[in-house]
Structure formats: C-alpha cells, structure tokens
Design a protein around this ligand. Structure first.
Ligand SMILES: CC(C)=CCNc1ncnc2c1ncn2[C@@H]1O[C@H](COP(=O)(O)O)[C@@H](O)[C@H]1O
Length: 176
C-alpha cells in the first residue's frame, strides 16, 4: 500500500518523535511504501529513516526549491517544479493519506486533500494521527463545521482520527 504522509519538517520533542518513529517502523514492517515530501529535515527525515530501517519502500516527492533538502537513499525521488504540482503528485501516488503532527505546510496539504475529497474528486482514506492531542483544536473546528451545516457530507467520511500508530493502521485497513 502506498501511504502518503504529511508531517513537520522540524525537529521536535520526544512526545512527537517517539510515536512518529513507531509509525514508521510499523509501516516498514507491513511492507508498505512511504510517499512523502522527500526531505531529510526534522520529523520527515526521522520518518523516512524509520521506514527504510524496517524494510519499507521510500518514494520522495520533493520540489525544486527544496532540492538541497532532498533525502539521499529514497527508492524513488521526484522533484516537482512547484508546490502545487508537488501536492497533486503526493495525492496521486497515494492509496491513503496519514497526517502526523505538523505546521503550516502540513495544514496546507491536509486541507487540500480534504477539500478535494469533499468535492468527490478522490475517495482515498485520510487518517489524522492525533499525537498527544495535537489536533484537538482542529477536531473541534471540523466538528463545528459539521454540526452547523458547513460540510456536504459526514465528517467521518472525510477523515478519521486515530490516537496511536496502531489505531491509524487499523483505520486504514478497515477503509480498504
Ligand atoms: C528549512 C527546512 C526545515 C526545510 C524543509 N524542507 C522541506 N522539504 C520537503 N518538504 C517540505 C519541507 N518543508 C515543508 N515541506 C512540506 O510541508 C510539510 C511540512 O511542513 P510543516 O513543517 O508542517 O510546515 C511536509 O509534509 C512537506 O510535504
């Protein structure tokens, strides 16, 4: 299974890196392929290292302006000419999308994937791995959108929240 993962490009506290490393190990052990932003920076690099170490495949979708941050040792590395093309490729190459903790880049990516799903332009499972309650605020916001009529379909059809890596994979397997 090709799993596109969005996550922070920064080095973070252990309460985020340990579950991310756990997620990477499980992904690799399952024999899945990690599709990601192709960077060696921060959590993105840690994730790629963990997947590789556990025997998974790596497909990096980088972007020309960040070529100097590209991960060495991916099985496949593509460089998109711009960020919009990169986002399209990250989704195109996915059987499913998992979102780990991240900043504005991650938020931009997940929002686009959910907006496209809202319009039925794809129907790929999207799982938000809510490590240490990081996405509690986003969940509250999305639930308010659902309750007050801002969404055309149930929130649960758009995104599933998981609290542990094992739960995230269980959600993906159930959605297949
Ligand atoms: C200086 C530095 C840390 C460089 C980061 N270099 C990067 N290389 C590849 N993809 C990236 C990079 N920064 C952001 N992204 C994209 O945006 C997301 C991370 O942004 P953020 O840290 O959440 O906001 C990732 O999922 C990735 O697809």
């Amino acid at each position: 299974m090709n799993i596109t993962v969005f996550c922070s490009a920064y080095s973070l506290d252990e309460r985020y890196t340990l579950p991310a490393a756990d997620f990477a190990r499980l992904l690799g052990e399952r024999g899945d392929t990690l599709v990601w932003g192709g960077s060696h920076a921060g959590l993105m690099g840690l994730l790629a290292d963990g997947v590789k170490e556990a025997g998974g495949r790596l497909v990096g979708i980088s972007v020309d302006l960040l070529a100097h941050k590209a991960y060495e040792g991916a099985d496949e590395l593509v460089s998109a000419p711009d960020l919009a093309t990169r986002k399209a490729l990250l989704l195109e190459r996915a059987d499913a999308v998992v979102v780990l903790v991240g900043g504005l880049g991650t938020l931009d990516e997940v929002t686009e994937v959910l907006e496209l799903k809202k319009h039925a332009l794809h129907d790929k499972p999207v799982v938000l791995l809510d490590t240490d309650g990081f996405y509690a605020g986003m969940r509250t916001q999305l639930e308010r959108m659902e309750t007050e009529g801002f969404l055309p379909r149930p929130l649960a059809d758009l995104v599933v929240f998981a609290t542990t890596p094992a739960e995230a994979f269980a959600a993906l397997d159930q959605a297949r």
